[in-house]
Design a protein around this ligand. Sequence first.
Ligand code: TYM
Length: 344
Amino acid sequence: MTDAVSKRSVAFSAAQPTGHLTIGNLFGAINNWIPLQEHHDTLFCVVDLHALTVRQDPQELRKNTLELAAIYMAAGIDPEKSIVFIQSQVPQHSQLAWILSTFAQLGELERMTQFKDKSLRHRGNVNAGLFTYPVLMAADILLYKTNIVPVGEDQKQHLELTRDIAIRFNNIHGPVFTIPEPAIQSHGAARVRDLQNPEKKMSKSAESDLAKVMMLDDANTVLKKFKKAVTDSLGEIRFDETNQAGVTNLLSIWCAATGSNRETALAHFSHNQYGKLKVETAEAVNAVLEPIRQKYQMIMNDPTKLERILTHGAQQASAMAAIIMTQIHDVLGLPPLPGAYNRG
Ligand code: TYM
């Protein structure tokens, strides 16, 4: 995509470089990004500014940011078709976040479950950025007149807030923002669960390594983690989130990895043997991850090319963002941005 004023519908999504991605990120979000590239203008962002809300080691953050962009591409994001870029290289994200923070209400931000969870987990550092995090996320999305945002279920509340902020702004200042729609996978892939504690979602920040399968784990590690997955003693393989969250999670992962529906899964595992369910789920996941691992290595072998792609992506994103920022300055009564006169 090169045309900054294309008429195709726009899809935007992002992930935080707070470590490598899990298969939750893959099945819940990235797998949904890939087909959108064919018929939408697509932007995929590595949101390093969001990651700053939790203390980061600078070297690790720099490394994780580049590696995450490489993972996007290894998983099937094609920089010829999509804009792939790093959030902090497009300053309009922070500029719009400030403006939108004056359209978000304290009460709305206080209701965000992710803020409540994270402020409990990081008691020593409940910073203002953690609180206004969803406003930056709204800026990410609204900056590109995004129509569709493919995410996992945990981001639904943030998306609703984004819509509310956009509607409020438009009601006061006219139809500047497009109101985005979330696109959330159906069934279990929208919320892949922790293998050790299936009550929780699988998270990159889980303390136990056994709890999460990383996209770059080698085949043996993947197998070991699935073999140790927590199930139950009911001895039945069926979809039952309330009483069999672990088994249901494995079935959902198998469905996502093989592209099968629930009926096929139930027929396939009618033997009710948990051991086989675990091994076959690991094999199905490995079949998906193997080509991603190989492509990732190829991309990381040429860091200069990767950086070139990201610089180009930031320039393209910034050109798109400049259009709406000009409009926003105009409707709010801020002076035109330098250079805006030349853009006409
Ligand atoms: P992040 O980095 O936590 O996760 C990236 C994407 O993966 C999805 N996801 C999951 N889906 C299913 N099961 C899971 N266990 C699971 N864990 C994560 C997330 O829903 C997400 O789609 N705030 C966002 C990043 C962000 C963003 C944005 C996303 C910032 N700005 C604008 C969309 C649009 C986040 O922390 O995602």
